[in-house]
Structure formats: structure tokens, C-alpha cells
Design a protein. Sequence first.
Length: 220
Amino acid sequence: MPVLNSRPAPARCRPPDRSEDAHATRAAGRRKRTAAVAIDVHGDESGSRACRIADAAGDLIRLLKTGELPSARHAPDSLANQDACDLVKESEAARVPDIDPGERYAAFTGQSCAWGGESIDEPHRYVLFQHVGDALEGRPRTIGGRMAAVQYGPADEYGDLLGHSLPNCAVDVEYGEAGPTAEGRTEVVSVGVTGDSSRQALCSRAQELVPMALARLPER
């Protein structure tokens, strides 16, 4: 991905050579009051789909430059109004071996938070808010009366795309319907643990934190 700077993104996207991994990127940056957009697409052999998605960033970049972005109109109890970092106490994050729970990384305006590290190749605990349009993937569970699913990812799952990764286990819990800006989708709280431990140990640590995290969110 190119380094963001003050120059506008190229007007057109050229599909990559078929001998390479299909890849298209758009990025834009502004000085002082910083605004940045980046879309990176991999995996389409022809490159045509990658280019269409990457070029879609142009409209968003123009909106950012006008400074006239509309209100998202989220419901008061929406995850959009919550801070993922508020859902885990430092003493709870410390239950994951080999991490410093005092190291905390917030991202996406509070929609993601990690303790101990933030990379797939280092141990950490994390909470992530997301929208999904389909049924949750993974082993189904019911937690606190909510539908949930447990997903496990072994080491090196991402191969050469993102480099080496440690094993990971996450519990995805349905929180409620998303707002008007994501109509038809469901808000999901994902609580996960990444580390060099067994599948059972990772998933147990992820699951034990879910009830505590949910208790700190508004009832829906």
C-alpha cells in the first residue's frame, strides 16, 4: 500500500498482470486536518473487480473534501456509540499469557481495541464491533440469550498475504439490528484471543470474557 500523502489518488486503476496477485489500491491524504481513505483488494485474477472496488473510493474522497458528510443517525444503544476499550478491564486482559495488559491499542473511533499487541504475529486480546449480513460462521452457541459462534484460526492461516500469524479464537455475538446506514445487517461484538497456545486454551479465554464484556453494553 502506498504511503499516504497530499497528492490525489490516480484517476484510473490498471489491472495487474495475470502472473501476479491481483491487487488494486486507492489512497488519499490531506495535510494538517488529516483525512485518509484506502481500499486494497486482492485475489481477483482478472483485476477488473479489484479496480471497480478501488475506484469506488473516489466518491468517498470527494465527500471528505467537501466536509459535508451526513449524520450516520445511529440509535442511542448502537455499537457505533460505544467504545470497545471500555469492555475489558486491564486485570481481565492480563489473563492472556505473555502480554502486557497495559499496552492498549484503540482503532476505528473506538470500534476496535486490543490489549498486549495489535498484530496477528503477537499475543493479544481484542474486542471488535462489526456489521454482518449473513448468519454467523463457526460453532453455534447461545450466550446470555444471544446467538453466538466460536471461530478458530490456526497458525499461518493467512499464508503469504499478511505474513506469519499466531493461532486465534474469537467469539462473535449478535448484539442487535444495525441502524439505517446499514439496513438489513446485524451488529456483532467479536471477542478474541491471539497467542501461541492450544485451541482449547485460546477459545476458553475468549469465551470467559464474553459475558463480562456484554454486561458493560446497553441492553437491547
